[in-house]
Write a protein that binds this ligand. Structure first.
Ligand code: NAD
Length: 453
């Protein structure tokens, strides 16, 4: 690993990666690679998570193409030096900010969108002119193997290299001296990454998780709310960092909303989701057992069926859930949807405030005042009004958490900025030299007093 980092450092110091044409070429090569291996990616995602072609295209491969196309279109503009204003005290100088790549970057990825979440940050790192060492998740071995195969066959390892492995490999990588670390995963591991980064004061981004609330108010368009929540929660069998973790529904509309929600889930996954070949499975046995124990049969009003052999858990709704239930203790990260009820929006705000800041929050309602109250009272990474998940697919919106749900953001221009250091430069004139800054005469002192007060 040490050798690999040194090799990449040497490559970076050739200055090749900083060139605009080089970055564009590598992004195009990456795009070609995705096209060439598209069918292999469908197969690997099916083998690891039972993802359907449609889900693989819309939530993994398609997002990568959107990101690359967006970056190819805007990179020239993003790379331009940004001029700043010159205050009166700095007459004769010019100030500007140039975005420079950090150097050798480390990207550590999770398993839930194993291809998208590994390669999306790579796009930003290349666009910003860095080299990359990428470690995919060991929990989705077919995808990890394929990512390595594709990248090994396509890129110079001194520029972009995949290192496969588990947490021990990850920790050995973290021992190396990188110039930037980009981590996606759980908050607990994020803390370890942060600790490791602090040893060399290495800058980092942490894309973490948390319990994302979804509020359904009496002002909501209930049929759309039910449809969009059903899709957002059970896509990838709830194994999505920004999936609605739980629902807070206003008492007045609860009955109607729950009926609509059940109808929408059935429409999406048919009567027997465990037999639906397009329904995603749970990643491994340990997550299956963790989720299974969260289901309290007495509270289940929909679903609840599990199939251990196939590692499948049907979309499940639990009603009358309280904050004392085990399902409310940690991020669920599976197809279980707890329902909590409220009378007044202030009660929701008060409770959510006492929890860690979530990665996402969704508010369903058409009352502008209430919408503004929610947005201005609660802190969260990002979210939607009257929708779920959709914000993360818009490359114009930075995506990231706040507090325990993450530090930093990416996607689109935010990816370029994340992987760039903003270097401030002041260029002084040699035509004259303003004397006020130098100590000496009474005149300069009196001018200085006027200028600096
Ligand atoms: P994880 O933290 O267990 O693993 C993520 C990566 O870290 C893997 O590559 C793994 O090999 C490595 N790792 C695991 N333990 C480690 C250790 N002790 N030291 C160093 N490296 C270690 O996360 P996961 O289970 O793969 O993913 C699920 C979590 O990720 C959820 O909390 C979810 O919300 C979050 N997530 C966040 C985003 C986001 O964009 N914010 C996206 C997807 C998932």
């Amino acid at each position: 690993m040490e050798k690999l980092v040194q090799q990449q450092k040497a490559y970076f110091f050739t200055n090749k990666t900083k060139n605009y044409a080089f970055r564009i070429k590598q992004l195009n090569i990456l795009k070609e690679m995705l096209l060439k291996y598209e069918n292999d990616m469908y197969d690997a995602l099916k083998a690891d998570l039972n993802k359907s072609k449609h889900e693989s295209l819309t939530t993994e491969i398609g997002i990568l193409h959107t990101e690359i196309n967006f970056t190819l279109k805007h990179l020239k503009k993003w790379m331009e030096h940004k001029k700043v204003e010159t205050p009166f005290t700095h007459k004769g100088t010019k100030g500007y900010v140039r975005s420079e790549p950090y150097g050798v970057t480390l990207i550590i990825a999770p398993w839930n969108y194993p291809i998208q979440l590994a390669i999306a940050p790579v796009i930003g790192a290349i666009a910003a002119g860095n080299t990359v060492v990428l470690k995919p998740s060991e929990l989705t071995p077919n995808c990890s193997k394929l990512i390595k195969e594709m990248i090994d066959a396509t890129f110079d390892p001194a520029f972009l290299k995949v290192v496969e492995g588990d947490k021990h490999i990850s920790q050995s990588l973290l021992q190396q001296r990188f110039d930037y670390i980009f981590f996606t995963g759980s908050t607990n591991v994020g803390k370890i990454v942060m600790e490791q980064a602090s040893r060399h004061v290495t800058p980092f981004t942490l894309e973490l998780g948390g319990k994302s609330p979804t509020i359904v108010s009496k002002y909501a368009h209930l049929p759309y709310a039910a449809k969009r929540i059903a899709w957002g929660k059970f896509t990838n069998a709830g194994q999505t960092c920004v999936a609605p973790d739980y629902i807070y529904v206003q008492k007045k509309v609860k009955k109607k909303f729950l009926l609509l929600l059940q109808k929408e889930i059935t429409k999406l996954y048919k009567k027997d989701p465990l037999k639906n070949d397009d329904y995603v499975r749970i990643v491994n046995e340990s997550h299956f057992h963790r989720l299974r124990t969260l289901i309290e049969p007495k509270k289940v009003i929909f679903g609840g069926q599990v199939h251990q052999g196939d590692l499948r858990i049907a979309p499940t709704i639990m009603d009358n859930v309280t904050w004392d239930d085990p399902v409310m203790k940690d991020e669920i990260f599976g197809p279980i949807l707890p329902i909590l009820t409220y009378d007044h929006i202030d009660d929701v705000i008060e409770k959510v405030r006492t929890e860690e800041k979530p990665l996402a929050l969704y508010y369903f309602g058409t009352d502008k005042k209430e919408e503004e109250k929610v947005l201005s009272s609660l802190s969260f990474g990002g979210g939607c009004i009257n929708d779920t998940l959709y914000h993360l697919a818009n490359p114009h919106l930075p995506f990231g958490g706040v507090g325990q749900s993450g530090i930093g953001a990416y996607h689109g221009k935010a990816s370029f900025d994340t992987f760039s250091h903003e270097k401030s430069v002041l260029k002084q004139t040699n035509v004259f030299d303003i004397p006020v800054r130098y100590p000496g005469s009474k005149l300069t002192e009196s001018i200085a007093k006027k200028l600096f007060r």
